[in-house]
Design a protein around this ligand. Structure first.
Ligand code: ADP
Length: 584
């Protein structure tokens, strides 16, 4: 039974208190309406949708300040549920909490008032946080909490009629320490629940937007960084997207072309036909196209249809892979096989011919000198075969990644040059040889056979590519701590555009002379590898129609010492030492 109250002064006081509370409630309700409409504006995206983390932070800061003002609370914090850790984690910004406090404020979703509100989806008022058995005492002490109002953060999904069809709890919202030693009341619960709902919707849609925007940016970066060209065309054959590789392939300036009809952007008819036939025939294609922009490039093109709503075709995405080099190596390889066959057959035919002639000469028709001449030719042709086979073996060693093994000795270069020139002399009677070796040329530490091979390849080229004969000069001299050897001829010379690719495998200059010179296109490639195995360099200087000079420079010391020296050289030079002076 309640105690009987008497009318009078006490009743008047209660009435006055009720009036005061009513007017406070109506003030708060007005503020709530105002806040809700502002939040709605922010979340509906009409004036300024939240698209970045910074914008979301600014909105939340503003929201928390307003909540603090309206609720007369010292502190307020949003906690979001993190499924990976199973924790509710305080978010930045928070009202009245330092950054350190925000970072420490986290609880398991099974713990404390926060956990209970999150799990049950019902608000809780804590009048005395210190003595309430439900609170987590470390957090109460850490954040200096006296009393609290905690409501769930729920995101609602509504249907067209505005009916809530799905509710998803994403965290909790705390308001701490009502000012003037007051307590949180039921009216506060209604107000803060509504505000929390709006805040939850702002947070979840902004986070979704930011995540999608980040993913989009990431995707764009990946797309732009791809080596393959990517072109997206819609069902009206308008360009929707083109990455920088595709722009480069078709010579289109940056950012130009998106939204325009394909025919205006890419001139190549084959590309149009491929995209159109793909769009009209619903078929995905895998084709090889040659594009001239301005030089011919070969692309492997793959298309895939893009399906829109209702499974209709909304466009086509085409990827372009540049396979020009691949095709050219394939072509060169097949040419190589036929030239190698020819190179093998020519000396064999000659050897066979002379041997047969000698066998059949039972009557002794040919005199001793003629027979000796035949034997010399057979010997020379055998040398040619041995050289070709050793070139092929070296090529296969390089191709399979096995380094060329060097057998190092002290090499007297003057002696090697004399020997190679002597043996090459036997292949020609239209060339004159001149050997210029510097007096007292020091020996070098190198693989003698490989140096022989470099010289042999350069000299046989000098003979082969000066079909009218002329002088061939071999010049050896000391240059600083290296030795330079050059082979100069007065032959056909090399067109400028071939110089850069001369040392690549299978590269041959098209025959510019009616007397086609056969070859495999691996001689210079091997010279380059042999020279580089010695840490040296090879170069060419040529004038078309006048002749060429091939020069290789080898270090005097062993390749290991040369490698150590070249590693130490930049350090030495950066320390201010002058480069070594050239020896005369
Ligand atoms: P090959 O002689 O078997 O074709 P190489 O690799 O030795 O292969 O030479 C590549 C190409 O470089 C030759 O096909 C030739 O066109 C050109 N070349 C090489 N040496 C000379 C030279 N001394 N003068 C003119 N052209 C040369």
């Amino acid at each position: 039974m309640t105690e009987q109250t008497t009318p009078g002064r006490q009743e008047e006081e209660i009435q006055a208190e009720l009036d005061r509370l009513r007017s406070q409630i109506s003030e708060l309700q007005e503020a709530k309406r105002h806040l809700e409409s502002e939040l709605k504006e922010t979340s509906s995206g009409a004036p300024a949708p939240i698209t970045t983390s910074a914008e979301l932070e600014a909105t939340l800061r503003w929201f928390l300040r307003r909540v603090g003002m309206i609720m007369q609370a010292e502190k307020a914090a949003l906690m979001l549920y993190e499924p990976e850790s199973g924790e509710l984690v305080a978010q930045s910004p928070a009202l009245g909490l330092t950054q350190d406090e925000i970072e420490i404020f986290r609880v398991r979703a099974t713990q404390g008032v926060s956990g209970q509100v999150f799990r049950e989806g019902r608000p809780i008022i804590t009048d005395d946080a210190t003595s309430d058995p439900r609170t987590v005492k470390e957090n109460v002490a850490l954040l200096n909490i006296h009393n609290a109002l905690t409501v769930p953060l729920v995101v609602e999904r509504k249907d067209a009629e505005g009916m809530v069809i799905e509710k998803n709890s994403i965290g909790v919202f705390h308001v701490f320490n009502k000012r003037n030693d007051a307590r949180f009341a039921e009216e506060d619960v209604t107000l803060i629940t509504a505000l929390a709902r709006s805040a939850a919707s702002v947070i979840s849609s902004a986070k979704l937007y930011i995540a999608v925007a980040n993913e989009k940016r990431e995707l764009e970066r990946t797309l732009q960084g791809m080596l393959a060209g990517v072109l997206v065309v819609d069902s009206d054959t308008r360009v929707r997207l083109m990455n920088s590789a595709a722009r480069h392939m078709f010579g289109i300036p940056t950012e130009d072309g998106t939204g325009k009809p394909l025919a205006q952007v890419i001139r190549d008819e084959d590309v149009h036909d491929l995209i159109r036939s793909c769009l009209s025939g619903d078929a995905e294609a895998n084709a090889e196209l040659s594009v001239y922009s301005p030089e011919e490039r070969i692309y492997q093109v793959q298309t895939a249809l893009l399906k829109g709503e209702g499974n209709g075709i909304s466009g086509v995405v085409a990827t372009f892979n540049d396979i020009t080099e691949l095709r050219s190596v394939e072509r060169m390889k097949s040419e190589f096989v036929s030239t190698v066959s020819h190179e093998l057959r020519t000396p064999l035919t000659s050897i066979k011919g002379f041997i047969r002639t000698l066998i059949e000469d039972s009557d002794g028709y040919y005199d001793r000198d003629t027979q000796m001449e035949f034997y010399r030719i057979i010997d020379t042709e055998c040398d040619r075969l041995v050289r070709l086979i050793s070139d092929l073996l070296n090529l296969s060693r390089i191709e399979s990644g096995r380094a060329l093994e060097l057998v190092l000795t002290d090499v007297d270069l003057g002696e090697v040059i004399n020997q190679v020139v002597d043996s090459q002399r036997s292949y020609t009677n239209t060339h004159e040889f001149d050997i210029v070796v510097q007096d007292d040329l020091p020996t070098l530490v190198a693989d003698r056979d490989k140096v022989d091979q470099m010289l042999t390849n350069l000299l046989s080229n000098a003979i082969k590519y000066s079909p009218d004969g002329g002088k061939i000069t071999v010049h050896a001299r000391e240059v600083a701590d290296k030795i330079a050897v050059s082979v100069t001829d007065e032959g056909l010379g090399i067109p400028e555009e071939h110089i850069a690719r001369l040392f690549t495998r299978f590269h041959r200059v098209d025959s510019r002379d009616s007397r086609k010179q056969y070859g495999t296109g691996i001689g210079l490639y091997l010279v380059k590898h042999l020279v580089e195995a010695h840490h040296g360099e090879v170069s060419v200087d040529s004038t078309l129609g006048q002749g060429s000079t091939f020069t290789f420079v080898l270090p005097k010391v062993s390749p290991e010492q040369a490698a150590q020296q070249s590693a130490a050289e930049p350090a030495k030079q950066s320390a201010g030492e002058p480069p070594p002076a050239e020896a005369s």
